[in-house]
Write a protein that binds this ligand. Structure first.
Ligand code: ATR
Length: 283
């Protein structure tokens, strides 16, 4: 019997996840199929409960449901519970178990280029991805963490929560406004965009005005479609070192793959098909 895995979110049309996972399933000769399931908020509960079916192995959860999905699960793994967000679900014989793989995958991608220890880090966003990434980053002992978000109350809430886990690190929160960006980015060593600003199809948007970007910072954008967001392009023009979201996506996908299949993921193949799809505009 074919086992199905779903991508539940909205939008999902331009995700490369189906291409990435289906190539990996094929390579390992597994009878699995990954499909996108665009979901409106009113249908979230039904679509999650549908995952308990015998022919379903699990799901990935993306924008905007990583937080709201948790209430429909039977069990949430410790880390995901502490983070307060789930992006991977396993159907364990009718019991849905939630995991969070955003944090470890983002850190793995970042640490190939930069060591967060003793650094000033600025995070844009306070949604599910930002929660997971900040929680993991703080394990690496940065000097200071600044959270900047459009909805200031969400940034404050995340600041408060993180301070409970890490009372010895300086953590601050600000609204996403040019005056705060300017001040905080001035001496930021690592900047991570965890908002969806600049993601396909809104590719002309950027969360940081170009004139504010300072050349000594390292910038990671967790968006992978487009491969080069306006933010990344302008940062390169200003001389910043940058990485896009492809590596995080592939590492994240590899962890989900291993949760669903119990087998080691073919990471190099996954990266290759993702880059090909995004370069050739297959999605
Ligand atoms: P994810 O799970 O991928 O983090 P999310 O929880 O929906 O997705 O979070 C999206 C993030 O992008 C949030 O920080 C959101 O800001 P708000 O908390 O104010 O909603 C941010 N975001 C999305 N669209 C934005 C926009 N047009 N301008 C600024 N921030 C935006």
């Amino acid at each position: 019997m074919t086992k199905f895995c779903y991508l539940i979110g909205n939008p999902v049309e331009h995700s490369v996840s189906p291409i990435m996972y289906n190539a990996a399933f094929k390579k390992l000769k597994l009878d699995f199929l990954y499909l996108s399931l665009k979901t409106e908020a009113k249908d979230l509960k039904n679509n999650i409960l549908m995952l308990k079916g015998k022919d379903v192995q699990g799901a990935n959860i993306t924008i905007p449901f990583k937080v709201s999905v948790m209430r429909y699960l039977d069990k949430v793994e410790k880390l995901a519970k502490e983070i307060g967000a789930v992006n991977t679900i396993l159907n364990d014989n009718g019991k849905l178990i939630g995991f969070n793989t955003d944090g470890p995958s983002a850190l793995k991608a970042l640490e190939k280029y930069e060591n967060p220890k003793e650094k000033k880090i600025v995070i844009l966003g306070a949604g599910g991805a930002a929660r997971a990434i900040t929680y993991f980053l703080l394990k690496k002992c940065p000097k200071e963490l600044v959270i900047i978000n459009r909805t200031f109350s969400k940034a404050k809430k995340l600041e408060k929560k993180l301070k409970n886990f890490y009372p010895n690190v300086t953590i601050k929160a600000f609204p996403l406004q040019p005056k705060y960006l300017k001040k905080e980015l001035n001496n930021a060593e690592i900047i991570i965009n965890c908002t969806s600003v600049g993601m396909f199809p809104n590719i002309n948007e950027t969360p940081i005005p170009k004139k504010i970007l300072k050349k000594d910072s390292f910038l990671m954008d967790i968006i992978y479609n487009p491969l080069e967001t306006r933010l990344l392009r302008e940062a390169k023009e200003k001389g910043l070192r940058t990485i896009n979201g492809v590596e995080m996506l592939v590492y994240q996908g590899a962890i989900s793959f291993e949760i669903w299949t119990g087998k080691r993921a073919p990471i190099n193949l996954m990266k290759k098909v993702v880059l090909k799809a995004l370069t050739e505009n297959e999605v």
